[in-house]
Design a protein around this ligand. Structure first.
Ligand code: CU
Length: 130
């Protein structure tokens, strides 16, 4: 019985992710800031990334269309966003430690943009513009 249930949930998982993506409620299947996180299956125009008190950017990867925006929502713990070693076309860094506010960045150039919080080593995320 237990094996059958496990098999069923494995079969349903991709459909559940697709359904969530269609209504904009996609949540990362592999966890925030995971370099293997494939991100949302269909690129979106506008997305929101939470900078959490647990020192993670959630979701860890966003797939965006050209000209799309990412709004960084900073919680009670201060964070910043630096596009270290990013290709030309990356938006400006969010240099000031930010808490309890939101900052929206626009991505006008195709590319893969990895960003880091300089306050919390290892806290990073990726925006892929396609
Ligand atoms: Cu941080």
């Amino acid at each position: 019985m237990r094996t059958i249930l496990r098999g069923a949930s494995r079969l349903l998982a991709p459909f559940m992710i697709a359904a969530l993506g269609a209504c904009g409620g996609y949540s990362s299947p592999t966890g925030p800031s995971d370099p293997n996180d494939p991100g949302n299956p269909t690129p979106v125009r506008d997305a929101t990334v939470q900078a959490t008190p647990a020192e993670q950017f959630t979701p860890g990867r966003i797939n965006l269309t050209v000209g799309g925006t990412v709004t960084y929502a900073f919680g009670s713990l201060a964070h910043n966003v630096f596009f270290d070693n990013a290709p030309t076309g990356a938006p400006a860094n969010i240099t000031a430690p930010s808490s309890n506010k939101s900052v929206t960045l626009t991505f006008n150039t195709k590319g893969t943009y990895v960003y880091n919080c300089h306050i919390h080593p290892g806290m990073r995320g990726t925006v892929v513009v396609q």
